[in-house]
Design a binder for this molecule. Sequence first.
Ligand code: NAD
Ligand code: WQD
Length: 344
Amino acid sequence: MAKKILVTGGTGYIGSHTVVVLQEAGYEVLIVDNLSNSNIDVIDGITRITHIRPVFEKLDCTDREGMRSFFEKYPGIDGIIHFAASKAVGESVQKPLLYYRNNIVSLLNLLELMPEFNVKGLVFSSSCTVYGEPDKNPIDENAPIKPATSPYGNTKQINEEIIRDYIHSGAPIKSIILRYFNPIGAHPSAEIGELPLGEPQNLVPYITQTAIGIRPYLKVFGNDYNTPDGSCIRDFIDVMDLSRAHLVAMDRILEDKSDEKMEIFNLGTGRGVSVLELIRVFEKVSGKPLNYKIVGRREGDIEQIWANPEKANKVLGWKAETPLEDTLASAWKWQLKLREKGIM
Ligand code: NAD
Ligand code: WQD
């Protein structure tokens, strides 16, 4: 019988791509999402790709009794991939309690309910933000965690610690924590992708919206950093590659491939790409010159960070494979699709 996976935040950006990967691998997928940052039409997009409609319940993970009823209604869930969270760094500075409540209470509820319903595995979405400004690059999982610079980042650190302490206490669960670098791109079919509400905060949606004429120009935040071209450097990882890592992580837990009850992996390409380099690659694959202006630095930005993904490569047998050109082409195809559908 197919194993059952609950994907919280499964109509969101990374969640929806992961649902596709899980379904294609034969898992039965159930989605819980409160639609605070996503749209129900994503379920149709997923179904058009896989021809399997996932179970969907509009539910808030902070609602413990609602979540308990969910587990009662759908018995036999083997694992949870927990994407559901609020993720806007700037907003978290304005509304810290909202972020602490949403991101931390959601996790607490799941952890409390897992043993009660015999759910064995938890894959948790963490972030390279826990490393702050690295002392050296590429950065591996043993690098020190730096004091968080935003409530959002702090929720990731706290949640990692909550999982660690709970497992340390002898809880009957296993967990894999995945620290994502910068996820970008869309499913190659353009049936699903990233759908930022309002003005995008992240670079690639801002680029594609500028190229299609929604935004007049991209502001490049600083060209006076201590990097070869002066712009910041990131590790941009294709969302499909990232999603596949969740499948491998869940398999690893459910098939008891490791004696460790908790493991942490960086998910990145291992290659640092500057903001200006990324713009050049986008212009090449889209065939469109991008209107951009260099402006001042954005407060709180890290100068440069990229992953050492060797642990994930060796232990999980997972590697980011998609060339940056293909990833940016998928992001552009998705933007064109949104225009075609009259969404943006
Ligand atoms: P997203 O906002 O597209 O997806 C999150 C989904 O969770 C949304 O559909 C939202 O409606 C839902 N949600 C939020 N709070 C909820 C709640 N209380 N109950 C139920 N559903 C809720 O974000 P994403 O980019 O897909 O990110 C997924 C996860 O990965 C998040 O935990 C995020 O912090 C983490 N992450 C994202 C990035 C990134 O750059 N996108 C990087 C590192 C880590
Ligand atoms: C990338 C680079 C900007 C927009 C954020 C979170 C982090 C993680 C990923 C969740 C930076 C530059 C951007 C623009 C620009 N999320 N930029 N003009 O800052 O690496 O990380 O998302 O965990 O926690 O902080 O991603 O896409 O915002 O920026 O010049 O309009 O692009 O300065 O150098 P970032 P980003």
